[in-house]
Design a protein around this ligand. Structure first.
Ligand SMILES: [Zn+2]
Ligand SMILES: [Zn+2]
Length: 423
Protein backbone atom coordinates (compact mmCIF):
# COMPACT_ATOMS: atom_id res chain seq x y z
CA UNK A 1 0.00 0.00 0.00
CA UNK A 2 2.84 2.30 0.92
CA UNK A 3 4.24 1.90 -2.62
CA UNK A 4 0.92 2.71 -4.23
CA UNK A 5 0.42 5.80 -2.08
CA UNK A 6 3.91 6.97 -2.98
CA UNK A 7 3.27 6.45 -6.71
CA UNK A 8 -0.17 8.05 -6.58
CA UNK A 9 1.33 11.12 -4.92
CA UNK A 10 4.01 11.59 -7.53
CA UNK A 11 1.56 10.92 -10.38
CA UNK A 12 -0.77 13.58 -8.88
CA UNK A 13 2.17 15.98 -8.63
CA UNK A 14 3.04 15.33 -12.28
CA UNK A 15 -0.51 16.03 -13.48
CA UNK A 16 -0.64 19.20 -11.38
CA UNK A 17 2.73 20.51 -12.51
CA UNK A 18 2.39 19.55 -16.18
CA UNK A 19 -1.30 20.26 -16.64
CA UNK A 20 -0.61 22.79 -19.40
CA UNK A 21 1.22 20.22 -21.46
CA UNK A 22 -1.47 17.51 -21.29
CA UNK A 23 -2.84 17.43 -24.85
CA UNK A 24 -6.50 17.35 -25.84
CA UNK A 25 -7.80 14.54 -28.02
CA UNK A 26 -10.28 15.53 -30.72
CA UNK A 27 -14.01 15.62 -29.83
CA UNK A 28 -13.20 15.23 -26.13
CA UNK A 29 -16.83 15.51 -25.00
CA UNK A 30 -17.79 12.56 -27.21
CA UNK A 31 -15.12 10.16 -25.93
CA UNK A 32 -15.53 7.63 -23.17
CA UNK A 33 -12.81 7.81 -20.50
CA UNK A 34 -11.60 5.06 -18.21
CA UNK A 35 -9.19 4.92 -15.29
CA UNK A 36 -7.53 2.32 -13.15
CA UNK A 37 -6.84 3.78 -9.70
CA UNK A 38 -4.07 2.73 -7.31
CA UNK A 39 -6.19 1.48 -4.45
CA UNK A 40 -8.10 -1.24 -6.31
CA UNK A 41 -7.62 -3.27 -9.45
CA UNK A 42 -10.77 -2.22 -11.24
CA UNK A 43 -11.36 -0.22 -14.34
CA UNK A 44 -13.63 2.77 -13.81
CA UNK A 45 -15.35 3.11 -17.20
CA UNK A 46 -18.11 5.14 -18.82
CA UNK A 47 -16.80 8.49 -17.68
CA UNK A 48 -17.33 11.58 -19.80
CA UNK A 49 -15.89 15.09 -19.67
CA UNK A 50 -17.23 18.29 -21.09
CA UNK A 51 -13.84 19.72 -21.85
CA UNK A 52 -10.11 19.43 -21.23
CA UNK A 53 -10.05 21.58 -18.03
CA UNK A 54 -12.57 19.31 -16.29
CA UNK A 55 -10.58 16.24 -17.35
CA UNK A 56 -7.39 17.78 -15.93
CA UNK A 57 -9.08 18.62 -12.65
CA UNK A 58 -10.19 15.02 -12.36
CA UNK A 59 -6.76 13.48 -12.96
CA UNK A 60 -4.94 15.89 -10.65
CA UNK A 61 -7.28 14.70 -7.89
CA UNK A 62 -7.13 10.99 -8.80
CA UNK A 63 -3.50 10.61 -9.98
CA UNK A 64 -4.61 7.43 -11.80
CA UNK A 65 -2.42 4.38 -12.29
CA UNK A 66 -3.68 4.06 -15.89
CA UNK A 67 -5.77 6.36 -18.03
CA UNK A 68 -7.58 5.68 -21.30
CA UNK A 69 -10.00 7.27 -23.75
CA UNK A 70 -12.10 5.61 -26.42
CA UNK A 71 -11.30 5.41 -30.10
CA UNK A 72 -15.05 5.70 -30.57
CA UNK A 73 -17.23 8.80 -30.50
CA UNK A 74 -20.55 8.66 -28.64
CA UNK A 75 -23.53 10.99 -28.10
CA UNK A 76 -23.48 10.18 -24.38
CA UNK A 77 -20.17 8.51 -23.54
CA UNK A 78 -21.07 8.27 -19.83
CA UNK A 79 -24.01 5.95 -20.48
CA UNK A 80 -23.18 2.59 -18.90
CA UNK A 81 -25.05 0.58 -21.51
CA UNK A 82 -22.93 0.30 -24.67
CA UNK A 83 -26.01 0.16 -26.90
CA UNK A 84 -27.34 3.40 -25.49
CA UNK A 85 -24.20 5.47 -25.76
CA UNK A 86 -25.17 6.64 -29.24
CA UNK A 87 -22.22 5.29 -31.25
CA UNK A 88 -21.06 7.75 -33.90
CA UNK A 89 -18.05 5.96 -35.37
CA UNK A 90 -14.61 4.88 -34.25
CA UNK A 91 -11.11 5.95 -35.19
CA UNK A 92 -8.83 3.20 -36.38
CA UNK A 93 -6.54 2.15 -33.56
CA UNK A 94 -3.44 0.06 -34.07
CA UNK A 95 -1.43 -1.24 -31.14
CA UNK A 96 2.07 -2.55 -31.74
CA UNK A 97 3.30 -4.08 -28.54
CA UNK A 98 6.31 -6.40 -28.21
CA UNK A 99 4.25 -8.45 -25.74
CA UNK A 100 2.63 -10.06 -28.75
CA UNK A 101 5.57 -11.10 -30.87
CA UNK A 102 9.01 -12.63 -30.69
CA UNK A 103 12.13 -10.48 -30.45
CA UNK A 104 15.62 -11.96 -30.00
CA UNK A 105 16.37 -9.77 -26.93
CA UNK A 106 13.63 -11.53 -24.94
CA UNK A 107 16.11 -14.34 -24.40
CA UNK A 108 18.16 -11.83 -22.42
CA UNK A 109 15.46 -10.11 -20.44
CA UNK A 110 12.11 -11.90 -20.22
CA UNK A 111 11.83 -14.35 -17.33
CA UNK A 112 9.19 -17.08 -17.01
CA UNK A 113 8.36 -19.22 -14.01
CA UNK A 114 6.18 -22.33 -14.15
CA UNK A 115 3.37 -22.29 -11.59
CA UNK A 116 3.19 -26.12 -11.61
CA UNK A 117 6.81 -27.27 -11.29
CA UNK A 118 8.49 -23.99 -10.25
CA UNK A 119 11.15 -24.23 -12.94
CA UNK A 120 12.08 -20.97 -14.61
CA UNK A 121 14.02 -19.69 -17.56
CA UNK A 122 14.46 -16.86 -20.01
CA UNK A 123 12.83 -16.00 -23.31
CA UNK A 124 9.34 -16.09 -24.79
CA UNK A 125 7.69 -19.48 -24.44
CA UNK A 126 4.10 -20.69 -24.52
CA UNK A 127 4.56 -23.74 -22.26
CA UNK A 128 6.97 -24.88 -19.57
CA UNK A 129 10.04 -26.52 -21.09
CA UNK A 130 10.22 -28.95 -18.12
CA UNK A 131 6.67 -30.14 -17.51
CA UNK A 132 4.73 -28.70 -20.47
CA UNK A 133 2.33 -26.75 -18.26
CA UNK A 134 0.68 -23.67 -19.75
CA UNK A 135 0.46 -22.01 -16.34
CA UNK A 136 3.34 -19.59 -16.47
CA UNK A 137 3.99 -16.33 -14.76
CA UNK A 138 6.20 -13.97 -16.70
CA UNK A 139 8.29 -10.94 -15.97
CA UNK A 140 8.59 -9.00 -19.22
CA UNK A 141 11.24 -6.36 -19.56
CA UNK A 142 12.11 -3.69 -22.11
CA UNK A 143 15.31 -2.69 -23.84
CA UNK A 144 16.25 -0.44 -26.71
CA UNK A 145 16.26 -3.38 -29.14
CA UNK A 146 12.66 -4.51 -28.71
CA UNK A 147 11.43 -0.92 -28.60
CA UNK A 148 13.29 -0.30 -31.82
CA UNK A 149 11.67 -3.33 -33.45
CA UNK A 150 8.25 -2.00 -32.36
CA UNK A 151 9.10 1.40 -33.83
CA UNK A 152 10.12 -0.16 -37.14
CA UNK A 153 6.80 -2.01 -37.28
CA UNK A 154 4.94 1.31 -36.94
CA UNK A 155 7.11 2.84 -39.68
CA UNK A 156 6.42 -0.19 -41.88
CA UNK A 157 2.68 0.08 -41.22
CA UNK A 158 2.63 3.71 -42.32
CA UNK A 159 4.96 3.71 -45.30
CA UNK A 160 4.46 0.19 -46.69
CA UNK A 161 0.72 -0.14 -46.12
CA UNK A 162 -1.36 2.88 -45.06
CA UNK A 163 0.16 5.39 -47.46
CA UNK A 164 0.80 3.33 -50.63
CA UNK A 165 -2.16 0.90 -50.39
CA UNK A 166 -4.85 3.09 -48.79
CA UNK A 167 -3.73 6.53 -49.82
CA UNK A 168 -3.97 7.79 -46.24
CA UNK A 169 -3.12 11.42 -45.66
CA UNK A 170 -0.21 11.62 -43.19
CA UNK A 171 -1.88 14.47 -41.29
CA UNK A 172 -4.61 12.11 -40.15
CA UNK A 173 -2.15 9.79 -38.43
CA UNK A 174 -1.42 10.24 -34.71
CA UNK A 175 1.36 8.26 -33.11
CA UNK A 176 2.37 7.78 -29.49
CA UNK A 177 4.92 5.77 -27.56
CA UNK A 178 2.74 3.71 -25.21
CA UNK A 179 4.89 4.31 -22.13
CA UNK A 180 5.93 0.67 -21.92
CA UNK A 181 6.47 -1.90 -24.67
CA UNK A 182 5.29 -0.31 -27.89
CA UNK A 183 3.54 2.28 -29.95
CA UNK A 184 -0.02 3.24 -30.81
CA UNK A 185 -1.31 4.63 -34.03
CA UNK A 186 -4.65 6.40 -34.28
CA UNK A 187 -6.09 7.22 -37.66
CA UNK A 188 -8.73 9.95 -37.61
CA UNK A 189 -10.51 9.87 -40.91
CA UNK A 190 -14.24 10.29 -41.58
CA UNK A 191 -14.30 7.39 -44.05
CA UNK A 192 -12.46 5.00 -41.70
CA UNK A 193 -14.70 5.92 -38.73
CA UNK A 194 -17.69 4.18 -40.28
CA UNK A 195 -15.96 0.79 -40.84
CA UNK A 196 -17.70 -2.12 -39.11
CA UNK A 197 -15.85 -4.67 -36.96
CA UNK A 198 -15.93 -7.16 -39.84
CA UNK A 199 -14.41 -4.66 -42.23
CA UNK A 200 -11.75 -3.91 -39.63
CA UNK A 201 -11.03 -7.64 -39.35
CA UNK A 202 -10.46 -7.79 -43.12
CA UNK A 203 -8.17 -4.79 -42.85
CA UNK A 204 -6.27 -6.47 -39.99
CA UNK A 205 -5.82 -9.60 -42.14
CA UNK A 206 -4.53 -7.48 -44.98
CA UNK A 207 -1.99 -5.73 -42.73
CA UNK A 208 -0.71 -8.94 -41.14
CA UNK A 209 -1.00 -11.16 -44.23
CA UNK A 210 -2.99 -13.69 -42.15
CA UNK A 211 -5.26 -16.00 -44.15
CA UNK A 212 -3.53 -15.02 -47.39
CA UNK A 213 -4.21 -17.40 -50.27
CA UNK A 214 -1.15 -18.01 -52.43
CA UNK A 215 -3.41 -19.73 -54.99
CA UNK A 216 -5.43 -16.53 -55.46
CA UNK A 217 -2.17 -14.70 -56.05
CA UNK A 218 -1.44 -17.19 -58.84
CA UNK A 219 0.78 -19.73 -57.10
CA UNK A 220 0.20 -23.27 -58.39
CA UNK A 221 1.74 -26.56 -59.42
CA UNK A 222 1.01 -27.89 -62.91
CA UNK A 223 2.55 -31.31 -63.49
CA UNK A 224 6.16 -30.99 -62.39
CA UNK A 225 6.35 -27.21 -62.68
CA UNK A 226 5.74 -24.73 -59.87
CA UNK A 227 4.25 -21.48 -61.10
CA UNK A 228 5.04 -18.59 -58.79
CA UNK A 229 3.69 -15.09 -59.09
CA UNK A 230 4.96 -11.98 -60.72
CA UNK A 231 5.39 -8.72 -58.90
CA UNK A 232 2.98 -6.75 -61.06
CA UNK A 233 -0.34 -8.36 -60.24
CA UNK A 234 -1.68 -7.75 -56.69
CA UNK A 235 -0.36 -5.57 -53.88
CA UNK A 236 0.55 -8.56 -51.76
CA UNK A 237 2.27 -10.51 -54.55
CA UNK A 238 4.35 -7.39 -55.27
CA UNK A 239 5.26 -7.12 -51.58
CA UNK A 240 6.28 -10.79 -51.46
CA UNK A 241 8.31 -10.61 -54.67
CA UNK A 242 10.08 -7.46 -53.44
CA UNK A 243 11.01 -9.16 -50.17
CA UNK A 244 12.35 -12.23 -52.02
CA UNK A 245 14.41 -9.93 -54.27
CA UNK A 246 15.79 -8.17 -51.20
CA UNK A 247 16.80 -11.53 -49.68
CA UNK A 248 18.41 -12.74 -52.90
CA UNK A 249 20.32 -9.53 -53.47
CA UNK A 250 21.28 -8.48 -49.95
CA UNK A 251 21.46 -11.51 -47.66
CA UNK A 252 24.69 -13.45 -47.24
CA UNK A 253 24.59 -17.25 -47.67
CA UNK A 254 24.71 -17.57 -43.88
CA UNK A 255 21.78 -15.20 -43.42
CA UNK A 256 19.74 -17.15 -45.97
CA UNK A 257 20.63 -20.40 -44.22
CA UNK A 258 19.54 -18.96 -40.84
CA UNK A 259 16.26 -17.65 -42.21
CA UNK A 260 15.34 -20.82 -44.08
CA UNK A 261 16.36 -23.03 -41.16
CA UNK A 262 14.05 -21.01 -38.91
CA UNK A 263 11.26 -21.65 -41.39
CA UNK A 264 11.80 -25.40 -41.05
CA UNK A 265 13.23 -25.92 -44.53
CA UNK A 266 15.59 -28.88 -45.01
CA UNK A 267 19.34 -28.39 -45.41
CA UNK A 268 19.24 -29.98 -48.91
CA UNK A 269 16.60 -27.51 -50.05
CA UNK A 270 18.52 -24.60 -48.50
CA UNK A 271 21.64 -25.62 -50.39
CA UNK A 272 19.85 -25.75 -53.72
CA UNK A 273 18.10 -22.44 -52.96
CA UNK A 274 21.50 -20.81 -52.46
CA UNK A 275 22.90 -22.51 -55.58
CA UNK A 276 19.95 -21.21 -57.65
CA UNK A 277 20.20 -17.71 -56.24
CA UNK A 278 21.15 -15.92 -59.46
CA UNK A 279 18.84 -17.86 -61.69
CA UNK A 280 15.90 -17.36 -59.31
CA UNK A 281 16.61 -13.63 -59.08
CA UNK A 282 16.55 -13.49 -62.88
CA UNK A 283 13.21 -15.35 -62.92
CA UNK A 284 11.40 -13.17 -60.40
CA UNK A 285 12.82 -9.96 -61.85
CA UNK A 286 11.61 -10.74 -65.34
CA UNK A 287 7.89 -10.25 -65.88
CA UNK A 288 7.48 -13.00 -68.42
CA UNK A 289 8.96 -15.88 -66.39
CA UNK A 290 7.17 -17.35 -63.43
CA UNK A 291 8.31 -20.95 -63.30
CA UNK A 292 9.88 -21.35 -59.87
CA UNK A 293 11.68 -24.68 -60.13
CA UNK A 294 14.30 -25.22 -57.45
CA UNK A 295 15.52 -28.69 -56.58
CA UNK A 296 14.06 -30.07 -53.28
CA UNK A 297 11.46 -27.27 -53.27
CA UNK A 298 8.14 -29.09 -53.56
CA UNK A 299 4.83 -27.33 -53.07
CA UNK A 300 4.97 -27.82 -49.28
CA UNK A 301 8.43 -26.33 -48.99
CA UNK A 302 7.41 -23.38 -51.14
CA UNK A 303 4.43 -22.73 -48.88
CA UNK A 304 6.61 -22.83 -45.76
CA UNK A 305 8.95 -20.38 -47.46
CA UNK A 306 6.16 -18.05 -48.60
CA UNK A 307 4.49 -18.11 -45.19
CA UNK A 308 7.82 -17.06 -43.68
CA UNK A 309 8.14 -14.23 -46.20
CA UNK A 310 4.59 -13.06 -45.46
CA UNK A 311 5.41 -12.99 -41.74
CA UNK A 312 8.35 -10.72 -42.49
CA UNK A 313 6.40 -8.41 -44.78
CA UNK A 314 3.23 -8.14 -42.65
CA UNK A 315 2.90 -5.87 -39.64
CA UNK A 316 2.92 -7.25 -36.08
CA UNK A 317 -0.32 -5.69 -34.93
CA UNK A 318 -2.45 -6.72 -31.97
CA UNK A 319 -5.52 -7.82 -33.96
CA UNK A 320 -8.28 -7.57 -31.30
CA UNK A 321 -7.40 -3.89 -30.77
CA UNK A 322 -7.96 -2.88 -34.39
CA UNK A 323 -11.19 -4.91 -34.66
CA UNK A 324 -12.92 -3.77 -31.43
CA UNK A 325 -14.87 -0.57 -32.05
CA UNK A 326 -15.30 0.11 -28.31
CA UNK A 327 -11.61 -0.22 -27.52
CA UNK A 328 -9.90 2.17 -25.13
CA UNK A 329 -6.45 3.54 -25.79
CA UNK A 330 -3.96 5.12 -23.40
CA UNK A 331 -4.41 8.85 -23.17
CA UNK A 332 -1.51 10.93 -24.61
CA UNK A 333 0.46 12.73 -21.93
CA UNK A 334 -0.77 10.34 -19.22
CA UNK A 335 1.56 8.16 -17.14
CA UNK A 336 1.85 4.40 -17.54
CA UNK A 337 1.42 2.75 -14.13
CA UNK A 338 3.73 -0.14 -15.01
CA UNK A 339 6.73 2.10 -15.71
CA UNK A 340 6.09 5.66 -14.57
CA UNK A 341 6.86 6.74 -18.16
CA UNK A 342 4.76 9.17 -20.11
CA UNK A 343 2.62 8.19 -23.10
CA UNK A 344 4.48 10.38 -25.56
CA UNK A 345 2.82 11.78 -28.68
CA UNK A 346 5.15 11.95 -31.68
CA UNK A 347 4.91 13.57 -35.05
CA UNK A 348 6.02 11.49 -38.03
CA UNK A 349 9.18 13.53 -38.36
CA UNK A 350 10.00 12.97 -34.67
CA UNK A 351 9.38 9.23 -34.82
CA UNK A 352 12.49 8.30 -36.78
CA UNK A 353 15.00 9.62 -34.25
CA UNK A 354 12.93 9.02 -31.13
CA UNK A 355 14.59 6.80 -28.49
CA UNK A 356 12.18 6.16 -25.60
CA UNK A 357 14.87 5.01 -23.17
CA UNK A 358 17.52 7.47 -24.27
CA UNK A 359 15.77 10.58 -25.57
CA UNK A 360 17.78 13.80 -25.51
CA UNK A 361 14.96 16.13 -26.48
CA UNK A 362 13.36 17.11 -23.14
CA UNK A 363 10.01 17.81 -24.75
CA UNK A 364 9.82 14.21 -25.97
CA UNK A 365 11.48 12.41 -23.07
CA UNK A 366 8.95 9.90 -21.67
CA UNK A 367 11.08 9.35 -18.55
CA UNK A 368 9.67 12.40 -16.83
CA UNK A 369 10.93 11.57 -13.33
CA UNK A 370 14.51 11.46 -14.53
CA UNK A 371 16.97 12.73 -11.97
CA UNK A 372 20.59 11.80 -11.48
CA UNK A 373 20.78 13.63 -8.13
CA UNK A 374 17.69 12.38 -6.34
CA UNK A 375 18.53 8.92 -5.08
CA UNK A 376 16.02 6.49 -3.64
CA UNK A 377 16.58 3.41 -1.50
CA UNK A 378 14.48 0.40 -2.49
CA UNK A 379 14.38 -3.32 -1.80
CA UNK A 380 14.04 -5.94 -4.52
CA UNK A 381 11.04 -8.23 -3.93
CA UNK A 382 11.12 -10.47 -7.02
CA UNK A 383 13.28 -13.62 -7.35
CA UNK A 384 15.33 -11.92 -10.05
CA UNK A 385 15.20 -8.65 -11.93
CA UNK A 386 16.83 -8.30 -15.35
CA UNK A 387 19.28 -5.54 -16.16
CA UNK A 388 17.71 -2.18 -16.95
CA UNK A 389 19.46 0.17 -19.37
CA UNK A 390 18.18 3.71 -19.35
CA UNK A 391 19.86 6.92 -20.44
CA UNK A 392 23.17 5.22 -21.10
CA UNK A 393 23.36 3.83 -17.56
CA UNK A 394 22.93 0.21 -16.59
CA UNK A 395 21.21 -1.02 -13.39
CA UNK A 396 21.13 -4.60 -12.17
CA UNK A 397 20.51 -7.46 -12.60
CA UNK A 398 19.24 -7.83 -9.05
CA UNK A 399 18.05 -10.69 -6.86
CA UNK A 400 15.48 -10.87 -4.10
CA UNK A 401 16.09 -8.90 -0.88
CA UNK A 402 18.87 -6.78 -2.32
CA UNK A 403 18.69 -3.22 -1.03
CA UNK A 404 19.83 -0.76 -3.65
CA UNK A 405 20.14 2.98 -3.97
CA UNK A 406 19.24 4.16 -7.46
CA UNK A 407 18.18 7.43 -9.13
CA UNK A 408 14.57 8.46 -8.67
CA UNK A 409 13.34 7.39 -12.13
CA UNK A 410 14.85 3.91 -11.79
CA UNK A 411 13.28 3.46 -8.34
CA UNK A 412 9.91 4.56 -9.71
CA UNK A 413 10.28 2.24 -12.71
CA UNK A 414 11.14 -0.79 -10.53
CA UNK A 415 8.33 -0.08 -8.05
CA UNK A 416 5.86 0.40 -10.91
CA UNK A 417 7.04 -2.92 -12.38
CA UNK A 418 6.26 -4.40 -8.93
CA UNK A 419 9.71 -5.90 -8.47
CA UNK A 420 10.84 -3.49 -5.74
CA UNK A 421 9.41 -1.79 -2.71
CA UNK A 422 10.22 1.33 -0.71
CA UNK A 423 12.36 0.82 2.40
ZN1 LIG B 1 6.69 -26.70 -15.35
ZN1 LIG C 1 14.31 -6.10 -25.56
Amino acid sequence: MQNHKFLQRIFQAYYKEKKDSIPAVSSISNREFAFIPWNKEIMMRHIGFEDLPSLKQYIIKLGPRHMYSSGALYETPEHTNMDQKGFRGCDLIVDIDVDHFYTPCKTDHDIWTCKECQSSGKGMISKCSQCGSLKLSTLNWICKECLNIAKNEIIKLIYKFLVPDFNINLEKIHIAFSGHRGYHLKLEDEKIRTLTSNERRELADYLTGNNISFEILGFQQIQSNIYGFTGNSFDWSRKIVNKIKEILMQYSDDQITDLLTQLGISQNAIKSFIDSREHFLYTITSESHNIWNIEHFGIKTWKKFLEGIVKQVGVEIDEPVIIDIHRLIRYPGSLHGKTGFKVQELSLSQLDEFLPLNENDDALNPIIFESQKNMQKIKINAPEVPRTQIKGESYGPYVRDEIIEVPNHIAIFLICKEVATLV
